[in-house]
Structure formats: C-alpha cells, structure tokens
Design a binder for this molecule. Structure first.
Ligand code: IPM
Ligand code: MG
Length: 383
C-alpha cells in the first residue's frame, strides 16, 4: 500500500535523525511491500528564517493532507529572543492543535541493555515492579490540545504598577477529558491493564471534574484497574517505585512535567519516541485511522547539529509508532523495534548512551549514520 508522510525535519539535529528514520522506513517498506511518499515541510526556526512565521499556513494545510507526520525537532538559540508567538515552539503547538492530535503517548521503559543509565538503585526498581525484577515499563498519556497550554490567558494592566498581573487558565470540557481517557484505556487494554489518573483534585476544580468524568468512562472498562493520584505524589512515586505504573493519564501541563521526569529514569532521552493521536472520527482521519504526529522526545541539540553525533534511535522508534498507530502495520513496527533491540544487543552505542550497560560490556561507539545503517542491517535479518 502507499502512504503519504509529512516530514518536518526541523532544526538542529532534526534533519540528522529524520534522514535515518526515512531510510529505515523505506527499508521496512521494501521488505514488506509498502511505499512511503514523503512531503517535506518547513516549520520552526527554518520556517521563521524563510517566511517570518514558525508555522506557515501552507505547512499546516499540507500536513493535514498527509496520512501522518514525522517531526525531528524545532528550536535553537538563534530564535530564543523572539517574542512568544514567533518562537519555533509555537510551530509544535500549532501542529498539535491544527492536526487535532489530543492524545500524546510517551512511553518510558528501562531497557536491560541500558540499565546503568538509570539513576535509580535496584531496590527502588524492584519496588512495585510487575515481575519482581529491577525495571519499569510505563506509558504517559498526556492531553495535548487543551488545558493551560491553550486556555484563556492575558495581562491585566493597572495604574499602580505593582497591581499589574498576568493569568493563564486551565479549562477542560467533558468531551476533551473523555476522549483522552479513552485513548488511555485503549492503551492499557493491550498492556498491563492498569490506568492511573494523575491530577491535583485536592486543590483544582478542573481536576475534580476530570475525576468525575473518569468515573463515568471507567465504567465501560471493567477489566482495567483505575486508580487516582495527586501529581505531587506521582512525581515522588516515579522515583520511589516507578514499576508500579502502567498507563498514566494526565493533563497537558502535568504530562509535560512528568514525562521529562520519566525520561530521566530511562537515562537516555535519545531513545524515547512519542506518538500524538487524533480521533478516528475526526475529518482528518484516513481510512478510520486517527491522524498522528510522531516525534522523538528530545530537543534540537544545536550544539551537535550536523556533526553525525546525534542518536537517531528515538526518531526511528517514532517511525515505528507511526506504522503501528497511523497505518496499522503492527508486524512492520515490531520489526523496527526488534532491529533497534538487536543493535543495542550487538553493542552499538551513540555517544549519549555509551558506557551505560553492564560493566565491561563490549561497546561500539558510532555516529548517527552508522547507527542508522546498523538498524538497516538488523532489519534485514528480522524474519
Ligand atoms: C514537549 C515540549 C513542548 C511542550 C515545548 C517545546 C513547547 O516541552 O513536547 O514536551 O511543552 O509541550
Ligand atoms: Mg516537555
């Protein structure tokens, strides 16, 4: 089958890592008989340089017409002094809301090959772990197109300078809460069947509303164990006993914060992919599959851009998520994930994940391109 993929390589190391992911996608296409047609688009710093805006209207329109979008990273010091609405990060927010991708899936698991990258002790990793072994495998489902990020905000001027103020608001509708919870339950159903709603219901009215709606939605998923946790406690539990979590569903802001915390536990931000999904009922959905935007969790790392140093694995794994969620190509997604596992087993490491395995482990330190090539080779050998 043919699929159209919008590519936004973006800034910094974005183009370095996206180039490798495209090679891996094409190899998976050749192996399994699919064709990916790419539409390269500009957003972020590059778009600011060329058009003056972080997200030109034609970029968004072209992205909407594609089946899915793969993004590298946006931003860099060059654009940091621009006013808020003109910064490269606005492109991310504009794509998220423009494409309606409200459910942001951010997996964080401890890979045995990178055990030493996790700053936690064995005893902490054993507490709450499902199999009693040191480790964790959790998925944060972050609401991505509402809440504080998109709520009413503003400034209140006052004659007395000290009375001048600013505000941001957290507003969530029942429909917005329901759809992201359903995405969380769908994910939990094919995992360990546990869902924890993380909020601040002891203080915030919006959080109390989330809990009310969650009670309604939970009734439809009796096989899934639903629990509730305050976000401050969750921040602590993540470093006390991360193994207790399966799926965490939370608001935009809390998800932003907790997913950074969780990424540190894996010790390798260069490894973490993400998927942002819309609704299968949305007009942008293609063939009943939701619109999806896929990107590594890491940023644009301008200091190492173009030097063949970046770790391409998070973007390659994001491409695998695209095959799974946007194209329903599960076998192909698993093959790419297995190929990444195989290169780690073989000892291939980019600089950011070097020296993180068992002491004395035999490692081959490679650059971006060689890592991509190693994945291609491993993919050939997957049955
Ligand atoms: C993320 C990032 C973005 C966010 C920034 C760059 C706007 O931190 O994707 O987590 O806050 O959502
Ligand atoms: Mg963030």
């Amino acid at each position: 089958m043919n699929y159209s993929v919008a590519l936004v390589p973006g800034d910094g190391i974005g183009p370095d890592v996206v180039a490798q992911a495209v090679e891996v996608l094409d190899a998976a296409g050749d192996k399994y008989g699919h064709v990916f047609n790419y539409v390269e688009l500009e957003a972020g710093g590059k778009a600011i340089d060329h058009t003056g805006e972080p997200l030109p209207a034609d970029t968004l329109e072209a992205a909407k017409a594609c089946d899915a979008l793969l993004l590298g990273a946006v931003g860099g010091p060059k654009w940091e002094t621009l006013p808020g609405h003109l910064r490269p990060e606005r492109a991310l927010l504009g794509l998220r809301s423009g494409l309606g991708v409200f459910a942001n899936l951010r997996p964080a698991a401890l890979l045995p090959q990178l055990r030493a990258a996790c700053p936690l002790k064995d005893e902490v990793l054993i507490a709450g772990s499902p199999d009693g072994k040191p480790g964790f495998d959790l998925l944060i489902v972050r609401e991505l197109t509402g809440g504080l990020y998109f709520g009413k905000r503003g400034r209140i001027e006052a004659a007395d300078r000290e009375e001048a103020a600013a505000f941001d608001t957290e507003t969530y509708s029942r429909a917005e809460i329901k759809r992201v919870l359903r995405a969380g339950y769908a994910a939990a159903a094919v995992r360990r069947k546990k869902l924890c709603l993380v909020d601040k219901a002891n203080v915030l009215e919006s959080s109390r509303f989330w809990r009310e709606v969650a009670a309604e939605v939970a009734a439809a998923y009796p096989e899934i164990e639903t629990s509730y946790m305050y976000v401050d406690n969750c921040a602590m539990q993540l470093i006390r006993a991360p193994g207790q979590f399966d799926v965490i569903v939370t608001s935009n802001l809390f998800g932003d914060i907790l997913s950074d915390e969780a990424s540190v536990l894996t010790g390798s931000i260069g490894m973490l992919p993400s998927a942002s999904l819309g609704s299968p009922e949305d007009p942008l959905a293609k063939n009943g599959r939701p619109m999806g935007m896929y990107e590594p969790i890491h940023g644009s790392a301008p200091d190492i851009a173009g030097q063949d140093l970046a770790n391409p694995l998070a973007t390659i794994l994001s491409a695998a998520l695209m095959l799974r969620y946007s194209f329903a190509l599960e076998k192909e997604a698993l093959a790419i994930e297995a190929a990444v596992g195989a290169v780690l087993d073989e000892g291939y490491r980019t600089r950011d994940i070097a020296g993180r395995g068992a002491p004395g482990a035999c490692e081959k330190i490679v650059g971006t391109r060689a890592m991509g090539q190693a994945v291609l080779k491993a993919l050939e050998n997957i049955k």
